[in-house]
Write a protein that binds this ligand. Structure first.
Ligand code: C2E
Ligand code: MG
Ligand code: MG
Ligand code: MG
Length: 293
């Protein structure tokens, strides 16, 4: 097809293919070195209570910082690590590093918050996943209650008894489970009967659809919130970017909010500053939150 546009188009096409392939190779190489060379870091995105804007927790988000490639978002390297299987070891690093950070915050006298960690399909295939995570969390002396695991709807809906059992195993050990990216998995809702997640996270696609005059978008979000509440799940809206989205979500009784409007993924230092503001029970009332009240 590309050839039809002539030789130069073809060359251009070939060149950009090569560029993409070279970048993938570089990322693969970076991934091999990453754990040993300390290329990974965690960012923490704050989550806030719908009613009063109180900080409720954080989601740990992985970044790869490479001397040549710069700071890579997960979209660039997680799929590669999934395919190679490296995500399994990387995932354990994420758990350990999250635990260590929780400990450091505790040792600085900062309030204990819940931190959510993302899990991808390849990780859920490890039959010793829960046992290995338990070893890490115990050796870092962090209460399991402080850790939540986010699994995407696509994983959750898999009818394999193995998946269901693993989710229950997490819950029996007092880890909480959140369903991530809800509404995007083309899934049936049957899985909601098989286990009870603590939280349901509305994908940011739906949050974006909450604009002023989008009646359908609002109807869908409102229905998701009612469904979750009737199943005794908390609802978290992802990707809250505008004051009008925030106001609508609050009026729909959405329990928690997460998004660039309220807080981007923060470095450890930035997040620690935010936590200092909570010390002694001072509830952070963000300016943006007040403005939409
Ligand atoms: P996710 O779990 O759905 O995480 C939310 C993503 O949305 C994050 O992207 C976050 O930065 C972004 N986000 C948050 N608020 C807003 C907003 O208001 N607007 C927009 N446009 N985006 C917003 P990020 O950090 O690039 O992560 C992408 C995905 O990579 C995550 O999606 C998650 O599936 C995966 N991921 C991240 N860290 C890990 C990890 O440690 N392990 C695994 N297995 N996957 C991870
Ligand atoms: Mg997530
Ligand atoms: Mg999500
Ligand atoms: Mg997502």
């Amino acid at each position: 097809e590309a050839k039809r546009g002539g030789r130069s188009t073809y060359r251009f096409f070939e060149a950009s293919m090569n560029e993409a392939a070279t970048r993938t190779l570089k990322i693969q190489h970076a991934l091999h070195e990453a754990l040993g060379a300390d290329y990974f870091s965690l960012y923490f995105q704050p989550k806030f209570r719908g009613g009063n804007g109180e900080l409720t927790g954080a989601e740990a988000l992985l970044r790869l910082r490479h001397p040549e490639l710069g700071l890579l978002p997960p979209m660039e390297f997680i799929p590669i690590a999934e395919r190679s299987g490296q995500i399994v070891q990387i995932g354990y690093w994420v758990v350990r590093e999250t635990c260590r950070q929780i400990r450091r915050w505790k040792e600085s006298g900062l309030p204990a918050i819940k931190v959510a960690i993302n899990l991808s399909p390849r990780q859920l295939e490890q039959s010793d996943l829960v046992a290995t995570i338990l070893d890490i969390v115990r050796s870092e002396q962090v209460p399991c209650e402080q850790i939540m695991f986010e699994i995407t709807e696509t994983i959750a809906m898999q009818d394999a008894p193995k998946t269901t059992n693993m989710i229950r195993e997490f819950q029996e050990n007092n880890f909480e489970i959140a369903i991530d990216d809800f509404g995007t998995g083309y899934s049936s809702l049957a899985y909601l009967q098989r286990f009870r997640a603590k939280q349901l996270k509305i994908d940011r696609f739906f949050t974006n659809g909450l604009d002023e005059y989008d009646r359908e978008g609002s109807a869908i979000v409102s229905a998701i919130i009612k469904l979750a509440h009737s199943l005794e799940m908390e609802v978290v809206a992802e990707g809250v970017e505008t004051a009008s989205q925030l106001a609508k979500l609050k009026s729909m009784m959405c329990d928690q909010m997460q998004g660039f409007l309220l807080g981007k993924p923060l470095t450890v230092e930035e997040f620690s500053t935010l936590l200092h503001g909570q010390k002694g029970g001072n509830v952070i009332m963000l300016e943006k939150y007040r403005a939409s009240a």
